[in-house]
Write a protein that binds this ligand. Structure first.
Ligand SMILES: Cc1cc2nc3c(=O)[nH]c(=O)nc-3n(C[C@H](O)[C@H](O)[C@H](O)COP(=O)(O)OP(=O)(O)OC[C@H]3O[C@@H](n4cnc5c(N)ncnc54)[C@H](O)[C@@H]3O)c2cc1C
Length: 289
């Protein structure tokens, strides 16, 4: 049981960890590969680098800085977070970890796909959260778009609810996953069709499958998907926090790009520091140490 698990190793997550670790709170950082920062060729507008610094270098240096402080930093994909009696269970592609508190610092990436019809039918049969919306498809036929660990996790959340689930990999490799009511189709998708609601998926070869719902689970779970599943209040796909970076769920804090506003390193570092300090107070107040 960790005092705090921090999801994300970008400027927000690493900054938060520097405070929690120095306050002697057991801290685990989980991140999944690179961050948005790695796409920045050069950061010229952040304090302290007279010649600027590449985004990738800043990201990797942040992770090294945390490791040098003996903070546990692991590279695993977070698939799900569950709340269990005021504690939090983080489920990754490899393991499960428990903590008394959680900081979401997983950036602003939204799990969206550039396929015709998706935008138009969002909320009309296109969903981003199986655990939130799955019940509406009781005994119906649905598709899950994706082929990774996250798509399998979403499929598992639908297995005992839907009549039939078809995993659409959209041209990607089929996952090694088998279940009685699950089919896998690897063809490229052309369009999601329907008037007032989703009705069918049309493939590039013009073949069609009828469906009642489409669940998007391409790639990894982002802040929007994880937050929605936890019942965290969002506004325009950004996590709503108070002045202490606390969400509406006790013990869950958020910082950085996932809370919206100025999407910059400096704002992420500030919010990370604030979340770290707030969580120390939270843990002390709740006498959980
Ligand atoms: C092209 C580009 C150029 C930019 N240029 C600048 C600039 O010049 N100056 C500036 O200040 N800002 C710039 N930015 C913005 C800056 O990169 C972000 O504001 C900053 O990185 C946000 O930090 P963060 O910690 O909130 O999130 P991120 O840096 O996005 O970190 C998110 C972390 O969450 C992890 N994660 C995500 N999903 C999962 C999951 N399912 N499981 C486990 N881990 C997960 C990622 O691996 C990563 O470690 C630029 C951004 C881009 C894209």
């Amino acid at each position: 049981m960790y005092d705090v698990i921090i999801l994300g190793a970008g400027p927000a997550g690493i900054s938060a960890s520097l405070y929690t670790k120095r306050a002697n709170k057991s801290t685990l950082i989980i991140y999944s590969g690179e961050s948005e920062l790695c796409k920045a060729e050069k950061i010229d507008n952040y304090y302290g680098f007279e010649n600027g610094i590449s985004g990738k270098e800043l990201y990797n240096t942040g992770i090294k800085q945390a490791k040098n402080l003996d903070i546990e930093v692991i590279n695993e994909e977070v698939i799900k977070v569950e709340i269990d009696n005021n504690f939090f269970r983080v489920i990754t592609n490899n393991n499960e970890y428990n903590a008394k508190s959680l900081i979401l610092a997983i950036g602003a990436k939204k799990n969206t796909l550039n396929i015709d019809g998706i935008k138009k039918l969002e909320g009309k049969g296109v969903s981003y959260c199986a655990i939130c919306d799955g019940f509406f498809y009781k005994n119906k036929n649905v598709v899950v778009i994706g082929n990774g660990n996250y798509a399998i996790s979403e499929t598992n959340d639908l297995i005992n609810v839907a009549n039939k689930i078809t995993i659409l990999t959209n041209g990607e490799k089929a996952p090694e996953f088998r279940a009685n009511n699950v089919d896998i189709v690897t063809k490229n998708i052309k369009e999601i069709r329907g008037e007032s609601r989703v009705q069918e998926v049309c493939f590039q070869d013009n073949s069609i499958i009828k469906t009642d719902g489409v669940f998007i689970a391409q790639g990894t779970a982002g802040s929007v998907e994880l937050a929605k599943k936890l019942g965290i209040i969002m506004k325009n796909d950004k996590i709503v926090v108070d002045e202490n970076m606390q969400t509406n769920i006790k013990g869950i804090f958020a910082c950085g790009d996932c809370t919206g506003g100025l999407l910059q390193v400096s704002k992420s570092v500030y919010e990370g520091a604030k979340a770290g300090v707030s969580i120390i107070e939270y843990l002390n107040f709740n006498n959980k140490k």
